[in-house]
Write a protein that binds this ligand. Structure first.
Ligand code: FPP
Length: 228
């Protein structure tokens, strides 16, 4: 969800106005994805590296996260959305952690769209914590190093109960993954758009789906194998 700051600056507004406008886009995208039958939507709201931003911006983002979550939980419940927050939430305030637990519990049985919000998340953090868990199991003698294969490793990662993403969308013009779902995006189709996140409307989302539908997904095979 890149481009909030630039969206605000282009309007002579402070950066936080861009983040606030970004929350409106979040609400719209959740609604549209629910209607379009998307099964899982994962939003990168705050990376492990975002703590390095100016203290005032970090504080503002934390407050915004709290107020948006507090306001939207009931709407998510009505829309049959199951909410999950992925990342090291222990760094957040007790108040925010409590709200996250409440939101996840309230929506746990919903069987519509799964909404995953990555917060204080980083792909390298995820891989590192998986490796640490496996090392602990080996040390405790409950796992042999030879038993560690891709599926054993993947089970230790965040998002392990969901399929790998089909489509990765980055708004705001940068063409990089920025430490997002590094393991899980191995065969994900990447889509980059110059549209800034607050301007990412239904038309922009449809353009991404349209582009995706024209891709041939080979997963390492050759065209003839997947066409048959
Ligand atoms: C990147 O834009 C955006 C963020 C770091 C924050 C994203 C957060 C929200 C949209 C609001 C909270 C989300 C939820 C799910 C309630 P940027 O600031 O890097 O933009 P720039 O590159 O133009 O400076």
């Amino acid at each position: 969800m890149d481009g909030n700051g630039r969206w605000a600056q282009a309007r002579g507004k402070p950066r936080h106005a861009g983040h606030r406008a970004g929350v409106e886009t979040v609400r719209r995208v959740i609604e549209t994805c629910g209607k379009r039958g998307v099964r899982v939507l994962t939003l990168f709201a705050f990376s492990s590296e975002n703590w390095q931003r100016p203290e005032t911006e970090v504080k503002m983002l934390m407050e915004l996260f709290f107020t948006a979550l507090n306001r939207e939980i009931r709407r998510l419940q009505k829309q049959n959305v199951r909410l999950r927050i992925i990342g090291d939430v222990s760094a957040f305030s007790q108040k925010l952690q409590q709200l996250i637990r409440e939101g996840e519990q309230l929506t746990a049985d919903n069987d519509g769209l799964v909404l995953q919000i990555a917060a204080n998340y980083g792909g390298r953090w995820d891989i590192t914590q998986a490796a640490r868990n496996l090392a602990r199991q080996v040390k405790a003698g409950i796992l042999q190093p030879e038993e560690i294969d891709e599926s054993v490793f993947a089970r230790q990662l965040s998002f392990s109960d969901q399929p790998d993403p089909d489509l990765f969308i980055r708004t705001g013009g940068e063409k990089r993954i920025s430490n997002f779902m590094l393991w899980q995006c191995a065969y994900t189709e990447l889509y980059f758009t110059d549209v800034l996140w607050p301007d990412f409307d239904d038309q922009a989302l449809e353009a991404a789906f349209e582009d995706f539908s024209g891709r041939q997904r080979r997963f390492g095979r050759v065209s003839a194998q997947v066409e048959g």
